[in-house]
Design a protein around this ligand. Structure first.
Ligand SMILES: [Zn+2]
Length: 160
């Protein structure tokens, strides 16, 4: 034994001797570090996540429920910083779930949701002033009503 503080230790998982910086801190341990290296930890965490999708989902849902503001801020930031990625994700989702997308679009159209109205205005829903959305929503509803009236009063012309 030596009095010198060790600068490296062996990971008990992969057995590789690594610098202490490659180990995460864990206060209750004698040396204040976890017994597995960071690489092994992340590998194990990824494996665990892959094997326990339901638990991961439940954990995320719990966090989401308890920290709605934090989650929203993080999501907004991510979306703002990765517009291309978001577009790709949306395109992939549309390609893989045409029925769901159709259902969502129909629902948005029927309910005149913020995203639907903002889409007509060609501005992102997150940047659309609520007052503008409200007015546009009313305008669309009015237009629909007048269209319906036209259909009822002049069915031949409207259906052409
Ligand atoms: Zn390791």
């Amino acid at each position: 034994m030596t009095d010198e503080a060790p600068t490296s230790k062996a990971c008990t998982k992969c057995g590789v001797v690594k610098p202490l910086g490659d180990f995460s801190k864990e206060k209750i341990k004698k040396d204040g570090l976890q017994k597995y290296c960071k690489a092994c930890n992340s590998t194990m965490a990824a494996k665990w996540r892959a094997e326990n999708p339901e638990k991961v989902k439940a954990k995320a849902a719990k966090y989401h429920a308890e920290n709605p503001e934090k989650v929203k801020a993080k999501n907004d930031k991510y979306r703002a910083e990765n517009p291309e990625k978001m577009k790709a994700i949306a395109a992939k989702y549309r390609a893989e779930n045409p029925e769901k997308v159709k259902a969502i679009n129909t629902r948005n159209s029927v309910q005149l949701s913020n995203s639907y109205v903002a889409g007509i205005l060609k501005i992102p829903a997150s940047q659309a002033p609520p007052k503008i959305l409200e007015l546009k929503r009313e305008a669309i509803a009015m237009k629909r009503i007048s269209k319906k009236i036209k259909q009822l009063t002049n069915p031949k012309k409207a259906s052409s």
